[in-house]
Ligand binder design. Structure first.
Ligand code: 48H
Ligand code: FE2
Length: 266
């Protein structure tokens, strides 16, 4: 089966395997210690990753699924448009995302473009995004009491229901950007009661109030542990807002600014 038209360099199977294992392990050895670990590659997590990496902080994002965007892809009831309100449009413009003006300060965005360019912006800024990994616990330290990293496991291992111990990843700051369930803060609240985290859960929809409150309440929930995006509404008993995503990227930006400030001061 020879063809003279296309010349593709041939690589042996064993060499392909060797390269994949070698270069994957190089990355894993590099991401064992970080400035910031972000859990979840949804809109808040990726916006946070973009600003943290842009500020020169070593940032890794662990995402359970094999995709980017979290709830963006589902839009509202699977419709492929979402609504963005000012001043979040400035963040999207910075990432080259097209906005269609519906009225003053209100813009419409395509979900596919939003997901792709958010991820591309975070990666180009220097953030590492690793798919197929579930964060199922945190690491903590005493004197002073603080969260110092996360425990990670293959999502596939969890889905198979196998008992496999995780590996540990250290970070100066951990961001829970897991969305409505605030999974990382929940586990820290349950397993480290001394942190004093109480999770009252989110409220029903009140869009006009929800976005402002979510952004304002974004930030540290315990030393070393931060909330962004819908995790904030869950932890602070705030109303949900429905399929408007401005607050998610503004929350990601705010958590990044808080962490940059806190790490500089520590
Ligand atoms: C690894 C995990 C884990 C884990 C979850 O849900 P998301 O899109 O989160 P946000 O907060 O950035 O955005 C919320 C938005 O999508 C939304 O739901 C809105 C605005 N709702 C308003 C309303 O009224 O309903 O993304 C979270 C990501 C997902 O990709 C998950 O797969 C991932 O985090 N994830 N990854 N380890 N333990 N838990
Ligand atoms: Fe939602």
């Amino acid at each position: 089966m020879e063809s003279d038209s296309i010349q593709i360099k041939s690589v042996e199977e064993s060499k392909i395997s060797k390269y994949i294992i070698e270069y994957t392990m190089k990355d894993w050895l590099n991401i064992i210690e970080n400035d910031v670990v972000i859990v979840g590659a949804g809109p808040s997590g990726m916006a946070a990753a973009y600003y943290l990496a842009k500020a020169g902080l070593k940032t890794v994002v662990f995402e359970r699924r094999l995709s980017f965007g979290g709830g963006i892809g589902g839009g509202a009831m699977l419709f492929h448009k979402i609504v963005i309100e000012s001043p979040a449009d400035e963040i999207l413009r910075e990432m080259g995302i097209n906005l269609v003006k519906a009225e003053e300060g209100v813009y419409i965005v395509d979900t596919a473009e939003f997901m792709a360019k958010l991820a591309s912006s975070a990666i180009s800024a220097g953030a590492k995004i690793i798919h197929g990994i579930t964060v199922d616990d945190v690491i903590f330290r005493e004197n002073p009491l603080r969260v110092a990293g996360v425990a990670v496991e293959w999502t596939a291992t969890q889905m198979a229901g196998l008992h496999v111990d995780p590996i540990f990843i250290s970070a100066k700051a951990v961001v829970d950007a897991t969305g409505h369930d605030a999974e990382v803060i929940s586990v820290a609240s349950r397993k480290i009661p001394d942190l004093g985290i109480v999770i009252p859960g989110e409220r029903s929809a009140y869009s006009e109030l929800a976005e402002k409150l979510t952004v304002e309440n974004t930030g540290m929930v315990a030393p070393g542990l931060y909330a962004a995006g819908m995790a904030v509404t869950e932890v602070k008993n705030l109303p949900r807002m429905g399929p408007i995503f401005g607050a998610m990227v503004l929350s990601g930006k705010k958590v990044a600014e808080d962490i940059i400030r806190d790490l500089r001061n520590s």
